[in-house]
Write a protein that binds this ligand. Structure first.
Ligand code: SF4
Length: 473
């Protein structure tokens, strides 16, 4: 299949990107926001003399974990249980949705407060909760904006990056019934704070993601900037954490490395404002019941491919997204996944088994290498992109070749079938055969192949036909 044919598919990245490019306002908002974060990141990274060694250490810890993930996860399960928590294993999105809705129903709750979690975006947990009659309330400001606008996130860290404050003011005016709200950032934040405060005080169940989970102690770590995560992980009676299995790290002390790399790479801060750590449950302090849902959803498939596996090192900092020249033009919605940008282009197709709308993402890159340079866990994204492109091309070739060989097999199986195929071929070639040659093919699987090749046309009469007519004569 040619690039042009692939890009013309309605579900392809290129097709969605063309539509996104027409939205000049969103492109301006994204360029402004990513530019600001990029400059901040460069400044704080330059302050760390051993940044390169930290990256090496982070990559080594992640590779060690992925190399023995089975052991690390079993240790994590045992540590969480030892600290009074419960552990659940979810093979896929459906199973995770059933586990979480079952737990919320078991508590008799009709709503939950949520702290921003990419894993729950990935498995569309909000939809599963709503189908079960449970109202999810996003408490991260950007996630709240996305939820009120009924949109999908467009950036790992700043899900509403495509919106400016005038658009947010209009949304709040409409959805929070605040007709006199201004677009002053402090006033917008205060409106969200008042809206969420009630929900925090009411909620009996909270749902979070996790940035890291230390196997030796069973400690879960969430980093965030607004304090909403701290409210979610401490106020409600029950806390449910949904975490991709690749977020486990072997030791609590490994956090030392990641907590230096993550805030600098993500928000361009030396330290993120809130780092919440909890280990199981403790009487009189925080939630009374804690559930950890360990999510596979394609991760063991990624683990099985040595060339694609490093994508699981990702700590979701979004540095690669902010430097990506493709993302800066298209924004995140064209990626059809919460994992937009370069990390989405290598991770989402692998998680989905190279199927569906994300299958074309490995082609959503200029292979400039900027993503590799900034990645704090040293994921060689360009190499994985090339590897994934190779898989996509082989799959498509297999499809066309398989189909052609099957058709040929059927035609050659019987004399009648063979002669029918000859007659059909002569009829089909009529519009494109001239002077005994076919020099171009109509749009379709052979069009690209035929652009640089000429093919002899089928003769007007086969040898058999000539023989039969000669005998009759
Ligand atoms: S791939 Fe690297 S740079 Fe991109 S989000 Fe993941 S950790 Fe950050």
């Amino acid at each position: 299949m040619s690039d042009a044919d692939r890009d013309a598919r309605p579900e392809s990245f290129a097709h969605a990107a063309r539509a996104a490019l027409a939205n000049a306002q969103a492109r301006a908002n994204i360029a402004h926001a990513t530019g600001t974060i990029r400059r901040k990141r460069a400044g704080v990274v330059a302050e760390v003399p051993d940044w390169g060694l930290l990256r090496d250490a982070a990559a080594a810890i992640k590779d060690e974990t992925l190399g023995r993930l089975d052991e690390v996860l079993v240790e994590l399960e045992s540590s969480v249980r030892g600290a009074g928590g419960e552990v659940h294993w979810a093979r896929d999105a459906a199973e995770a949705g059933e586990i979480v809705t079952g737990l919320v129903r078991g508590e008799g709750a009709e709503e939950v407060v949520k702290v921003k979690s990419l894993a729950t975006d990935e498995i569309r947990l909000n939809e599963a909760l709503e189908e079960a009659g449970i109202r999810p309330i996003e408490t991260d400001l950007a996630e709240l904006i996305i939820q009120l606008a009924d949109e999908r996130p467009s950036h790992l860290l700043v899900p509403a990056i495509h919106k400016n404050r005038v658009e947010i003011r209009d949304l709040f005016r409409d959805r929070l019934d605040l007709p006199h709200l201004s677009d002053d950032p402090a006033e917008l934040a205060e409106a969200a704070r008042l809206h969420l405060r009630e929900a925090f005080l009411r909620a009996r169940v909270a749902i979070s993601g996790a940035n890291f989970a230390a196997a030796d102690t069973g400690t879960i770590c969430v980093v965030e900037s607004e304090g909403n995560g701290r409210m979610c992980t401490t106020l409600p009676d029950v806390l449910i954490t949904v975490m991709g299995i690749e977020k486990a790290i072997p030791r609590f002390r490994d956090l030392e490395v990641f907590l230096q790399l993550l805030p600098r790479s993500s928000t361009g801060e030396r330290m993120n404002p809130y780092t919440s750590l909890w280990t199981g449950v403790r009487a009189g302090d925080g939630p009374r019941r804690f559930h950890l849902v360990l999510l596979d959803a394609g991760r063991t498939r990624v683990l099985a491919d040595p060339a694609g596996r490093p994508a699981l090192r990702c700590i979701r900092c979004s540095a690669c997204i902010n430097v990506c020249p493709v993302y800066r033009q298209t924004g995140g919605h064209a990626y059809h996944t919460p994992y937009a940008g370069p990390i989405g282009a290598i991770l989402a197709p692998q998680l989905a088994g190279e199927r569906g709308a994300v299958a074309s993402l490995p082609f959503a890159s200029s292979l400039c290498g900027a993503c590799y340079e900034v990645c704090p866990v040293k994921i060689d994204i360009p190499s994985i992109l090339v590897h994934e492109r190779g898989k996509a091309v082989a799959r498509e070739r297999q499809g066309v070749e398989g189909w052609s060989l099957q058709a040929l097999g059927r035609a050659f199986a019987t004399r009648a079938g063979y002669e029918r195929a000859q007659r059909l071929g002569r009829r089909l070639q009529r519009p494109v055969a001239h002077d005994g040659w076919i020099t171009h093919f109509p749009p379709g699987p052979l069009a690209a192949w035929g652009r640089s090749r000429d093919l002899p046309a089928l003769p007007a009469q086969t040898f058999r036909e000539w023989w039969v007519s000669r005998e009759r004569a």
